[in-house]
Write a protein that binds this ligand. Structure first.
Ligand SMILES: [Fe+2]
Length: 122
């Protein structure tokens, strides 16, 4: 899967393929965005993943800000069957819960910070 951002309006697009697309926004092509590795960082965007059976809870950072100007916009869980997406409103926890189908496994985790951009588990 590939993430794209419009440099004019900051809209984020997710495509399930390798990103070789001709997505247009605001009259121009949107470029793929590479995720920064969250495990390289000390704490602010690092993922805490708790998996109990088929129930998965993902928290971003130990105490990542969730104010209007700096917050986690979404958490996206890539799995062996596709992906699940949750938008996170500001002023709430940087945390999302997901349910996996029988036999579905986690492939990667992504989050998008309004200031620091896209982060991935790997
Ligand atoms: Fe951030």
């Amino acid at each position: 899967m590939t993430f794209h951002t419009c440099l004019k309006c900051n809209q984020i697009y997710i495509t399930p393929d390798d990103g070789d697309s001709n997505l247009m926004c605001c009259g121009q092509n949107v470029e793929p965005v590479m995720a920064l590795n969250s495990s390289d960082e000390d704490s602010d965007h690092k993922f805490l993943i708790r998996k109990t059976g088929n129930f998965v809870t993902i928290t971003v950072g130990l105490n990542h800000p969730m104010v209007d100007v700096h917050h986690i916009k979404f958490i996206c869980l890539e799995t062996t069957r596709g992906f699940q997406y949750q938008a996170l409103p500001s002023h709430q926890e940087a945390k999302a819960s997901f349910i996996l189908a029988l036999g579905e496994d986690i492939v990667n985790v992504y989050s998008y910070c309004s200031i620091h951009g896209l982060w991935g588990l790997k």
